[in-house]
Design a protein. Structure first.
Lengths: 310, 387
């Protein structure tokens, strides 16, 4: 039994964090928003780090890593509100194809030449797909109509949900950082507003929500990687915890920014809108609550202190 | 990350489970906040010690089993899962014990830890004073040197267990004229020392769960001081870390509550609101999240790390979670919520538990203080005003 994220495991995620924080700041989001939303140079950078092939088996030219590693990197993508469709292609579609034994396109995906837009019937739309365009509030999300052949495979849903949860945790962390940063520089009544307890306590609550969402996320990613029979339950838990943390972080952050937070000029809105988008996709709140309800109240899952890791 | 238990851990779990099955009292004990219930709980501590279960993580030399934190968590899971009694010596085993382990001399470890694990000496805490609650650095009670003794004068209050316990520990001002965090020392004292007067305070539920302590020229040998003279604040912060962080509230306690809440919900589903249903699901989620986090913290400590201000996040989470779960239960009980005993004679544990849960966000440093600590030390927000 070991719930630790080992330093070796964290190494790649930390490298990705450093790379993205250097190359993918808010200025990039503004540039994309003013232009074409996607940039081959950014995608090339992700290829150079090997990320499209992270979950592709080594025999198909990938890195052969696991879902927990991918979740750690999806969180970093959330932290910078990455617009490129890395997570859904490489961390959702790839493990699904691998599980189905569909290996034909994996080498091309690992090389960054091919991208898959996973479509699930529970989602009303598909991101970075090819159908008629739909209009998302997230200015950097390329949404289109769901194809008629969209899957209803529960595994695909779980993969989408866990990676959405991971991004939501990263988004929530970034919005908390932005709010703390702003509260330290904005002065009113002759002091930084972050010195007021009303502001401190609001942001402390976000820190609490995140502290207790992260281990749920890692535990669920590992359970899914292990093929545990209760993995779906834990994925639903992670999706709910991450979505709630992201909404709380977004609402707290805009409040701390005051009227500035309500402008298009302040960066916050990119992160907030991505949170709204990911919060509702890959299973709504009601869907995930219902899955937990059936297991916990319905009695199909062992609960109580002796069953922490059931 | 490995979510499976080793065969050794599984075998340990079975051993704990079997012992508890054979030993946990079939009839619930009276509340440990009343005198008779206190003595029942002391007898239980001694029974635990006879099975060598007093504090499994301590070295064998002090009555422990020398086990690691994962095994401790397994013990706690089984303990709460079996519905075993509350630990009347929690101030000792969970708070003072680890502090002595960190700061005590070898002589102090042998002298205090062994009887603590054996349940022979039950401990009370003595932090707060009438003018020093959330602002603990405002402590005024003095312990000035006189030869090889400290002479204590002043008053402590809200001392948990002090109505009936054997020994107490707390912070005292040992340097004349010192201010705030400086000049304080961490001192252990026998509650029956001449000059100590205990005045039990009746709590919300009607029992004398805590007490006021008056000190009139109370002579305590200097070897009862933990760590250096004037180092008391640092030592107390370590104790507070244990209190808010890993030890005091292991997840099993809350997971057991969540399971009882699920059972209660099943009995009352026909009259439950959708909001109650969601609250019950959330109780399972949050108690599980707390458990995962605790396992992660345990792994971190076992790898040589330590807990810092994150302990504040823990304390906010478990104390508010406990209150929410008990409130949900009272809402499910409806008109029966107010009954101290149900018609069949059973104690209404949800009501007693709800009252107790209201103290959680207050004791061990109020949650407002914990939110300040979180904002200032974890998030790096500016410290303004309070010193």
């Amino acid at each position: 039994m070991d719930m630790a994220l080992s330093p070796e495991r964290l190494e790649l995620a930390e490298a990705v964090r450093a790379y993205l924080s250097d190359t993918h700041g808010p200025g990039v989001l503004r540039r994309l928003d003013a232009g074409l939303n996607r940039d081959p140079a950014i995608w090339q950078g992700l290829i150079d780090m090997g990320l499209p092939g992270l979950l592709v088996p080594e025999e198909q030219g990938g890195l052969g890593m696991g879902l927990l590693d991918a979740a750690l990197i999806a969180r970093e993508c959330g932290r910078v509100a990455l617009a490129e469709p890395l997570v859904e292609s490489a961390f959702v579609a790839v493990p699904w194809l691998v599980a189905r034994g569909e290996t034909d396109e994996l080498a091309a995906i690992a090389a960054g030449e091919r991208r898959i837009a996973p479509a699930h019937r529970l989602n009303g739309a598909v991101a970075d797909g090819e159908g008629a365009a739909l209009d998302s509030i997230d200015p950097l999300r390329n949404l289109s109509e769901l194809p008629v052949d969209a899957s209803d495979d529960p595994l695909l849903l779980d993969l989408g949900a866990i990676m959405a949860a991971a991004q939501l945790v990263g988004l929530a962390e970034a919005m908390l950082d932005q709010a703390v940063g702003y509260s330290n520089i904005r002065t009113q009544f002759g002091q930084p507003v972050g010195g007021f307890q009303a502001i401190k306590h609001k942001l402390a609550d976000v820190a609490v929500a995140l502290e207790f969402a992260r281990p749920v996320l890692w535990r669920a990613a590992q359970a899914l990687e292990d093929g545990s029979t209760s993995a779906s339950l834990h994925v639903s838990h992670a999706k709910l915890a991450a979505t709630d943390a992201a909404y709380l972080s977004a609402e707290s952050a805009i409040q701390v920014h005051g009227a500035m937070g309500y402008t298009y000029e302040v960066d916050l809105h990119f992160w907030m809108k991505r949170s709204w988008a990911l919060g509702g996709t890959w299973g709504s709140r009601a869907f995930h609550l219902d899955r937990i309800d059936r297991a916990v109240i319905g009695g199909t899952h062992l609960i109580g202190p002796e069953n922490t890791f059931a | 990350m490995d979510l499976t238990y080793t065969p050794r851990q599984q075998a340990f779990r079975s051993e704990v489970r079997e012992w508890l099955k054979a030993n946990v009292p079939a009839k619930p004990l009276l509340t440990l906040e009343c005198e008779e219930g206190y003595h029942q709980h002391v007898a239980w501590e001694r029974q635990l010690a006879r099975g060598n279960w007093g504090m499994v993580t301590w070295p064998e030399a002090f009555g422990g089993r020398g086990l690691d934190l994962i095994e401790w968590l397994i013990f706690e899971e089984e303990y709460w899962g079996a519905g075993a009694p509350l630990r009347v010596n929690q101030n000792g085993i969970f708070l003072l014990g680890p502090t002595i382990m960190e700061y005590g001399t070898e002589e102090q470890k042998a002298r205090f830890l062994t009887p603590m694990a054996a349940g022979e000496k039950i401990w009370a805490q003595a932090w707060s004073e009438p003018g020093a609650g959330s602002d603990m650095a405002a402590i005024k009670t003095t312990a000035f040197r006189s030869g090889d003794h400290y002479v204590i004068n002043g008053q402590k209050t809200w001392s948990s267990r002090a109505s009936f316990a054997d020994w107490g520990f707390g912070l005292f001002r040992t340097e004349e004229g010192s201010q705030r965090h400086k000049g304080l020392s961490f001192i252990l004292f026998d509650l029956d020392t001449p000059g100590v007067t205990r005045r039990p305070i009746r709590q919300l539920h009607g029992h004398p769960g805590f007490a006021e302590l008056f000190f009139d020229d109370v002579r305590v040998p200097i070897e009862n001081r933990l760590a250096g003279e004037g180092d008391g604040w640092k030592v107390a912060m370590a104790t507070a870390g244990f209190e808010r962080g890993l030890m005091l509230r292991s997840p099993g306690r809350f997971q057991a509550t969540a399971r009882r809440l699920v059972e209660l919900f099943r009995q009352h589903q026909h009259q439950a609101s959708p909001a109650a249903r969601e609250a019950v699901v959330k109780a399972w989620m949050d108690t599980q999240a707390y458990a995962y986090n605790t396992y992660a913290v345990a792994a971190k400590i076992m790898a040589g790390g330590s807990i810092g201000a994150e302990a504040s996040l823990n304390k906010i989470f478990w104390s508010e979670l406990d209150r929410t779960m008990h409130r949900t239960a009272l809402q499910l009980l409806g008109a029966a919520a107010e009954l101290r005993h149900f018609a069949d004679g059973r104690v209404n544990d949800w009501l007693e538990g709800y009252m107790f849960s209201l103290s959680g966000p207050i004791y061990a440093g109020s949650n407002e203080i914990q939110r300040n600590i979180t904002a200032e030390r974890l998030l790096g927000m500016p410290r303004v005003g309070a010193g």
